[in-house]
Design a protein around this ligand. Structure first.
Ligand code: COA
Length: 316
């Protein structure tokens, strides 16, 4: 896991569609209640009716502006999504066109773990010589949700987040340890056919999620030679606040170090971790040198975790 170049996060941007759907709105159409949704999931409202490509462009533009870099200087675009706008071309291609990128691009589908996989891949590519990577997580989960199914309709929303990742001379910055896994025998517990809507066995997903987040984060921390208590910011996938709380408790991470945005966003799949990171930064918690733990899990089931030492400055 050693390299002579580190990786800094020099820009961060997010995007949410304007339409807000509150729990009270859902009470009008579903046999559910604000009290049930809040208590069982932590979600109070979500944003809907966005498109993956448009949200990705918006978040990417914000991240590029935040980093103060031009689109033409980006060496690679990685777009993590499980809700592409079309089967082909890849949504990353249309996003690259909109942004005016002059580099390679590809979509990455590892469901709700996609952003973390992208982060790990980006770090290896930066270590190997790329100077600047745009990593975007964007999903329009509402578009594949059955709006009449209370089992899933209360959980999902649309959103995106983007990071500008740049090489830095500080080789202690970037990914210090990571872990990834897949259990393909659990494919049917969370699935969506092409043109269909999400089917989910919530309890099975819940139990497996807590187990794999804890095991995977512990493995990533061990590779980084760190413990739960060393983590300054835990930015896990935003699916259910009870999954976040249970995982943090078992990992020995104090609750006040968890980044939580799902109360305002619901589960935005690949968008959720960068949205959580942006929220942590807004609250002044992402200082240079901070130890940040990210962990995603989802359909597959697949999961990935990474420990980062945060840095915000590129090679001078
Ligand atoms: N509103 C009101 N009641 C609901 C409901 C809703 N939206 N959804 C389910 N219920 C009911 C059930 O029918 C059940 O009723 P019963 O006791 O009369 O049979 C009761 O609430 C409890 O259901 P249960 O499934 O045991 O609830 P839960 O505490 O497991 O919470 C989830 C359900 C879906 C919120 C939870 O299992 C979960 O978050 N799972 C993980 C899902 C996930 O993260 N998916 C994405 C992964 S990327």
């Amino acid at each position: 896991m050693t390299s002579t170049r580190g990786m800094a996060v020099t820009g961060l941007g997010t995007a949410l569609p304007p339409t807000v759907l509150t729990n009270a709105d859902l009470e009008q159409t579903l046999d559910t209640s604000d009290a049930w949704i809040t208590e069982r999931t932590g979600i109070r409202e979500r944003r809907v009716d966005g498109s993956t490509g448009e949200l990705a462009v918006q978040a990417a533009r914000a991240a590029l502006a935040d980093a103060g870099v031009e689109a033409e200087s980006v060496d690679l675009l990685i777009l993590a999504t499980e809700t592409p706008d079309a089967l082909m071309p890849a949504t990353s291609a249309s996003v690259a066109g909109e942004l005016g990128l002059r580099c390679g691009s590809f979509d990455l589908n590892a469901a709700c773990a996609g952003f973390t996989y992208g982060l790990v891949i980006a770090e290896r590519l930066v270590a190997g010589g790329l100077d600047r990577i745009l990593l975007v997580g964007s999903d329009s989960m509402w578009s594949i949700t059955d709006h009449d199914d209370r089992n899933t309709a209360v959980l999902f929303g649309d959103g995106a987040g983007a990071l500008v990742l740049e090489a830095t001379a500080d080789d202690s910055a970037g990914v210090l340890g990571w872990d990834a896994g897949t259990d393909g025998t659990l494919g049917s517990v969370l699935a969506c056919d092409i043109g269909g809507t999400i089917r989910m066995d919530g309890q099975t997903v819940f139990k497996k999620a807590v187990r794999v987040v804890v095991e995977s984060c512990a493995a990533a921390l061990e590779k980084a030679k760190l413990a739960g208590d060393d983590v300054d910011v835990f930015a896990p996938h935003q699916a259910n606040v009870r999954i976040i709380d249970a995982s943090a408790r078992r990992l020995g991470i104090p609750g006040d170090r968890c980044a939580v945005v799902l109360d305002r966003t619901g589960n935005t799949s690949a968008g959720s971790i960068p949205l959580a990171l942006a929220d942590a930064r807004e609250r002044g918690r992402l200082h240079d040198g901070a130890i940040v733990l990210v962990s995603g899990f989802g359909a597959g089931m697949t999961w990935a975790s990474a420990v980062l030492r945060w840095a915000s400055q590129p090679i001078p």
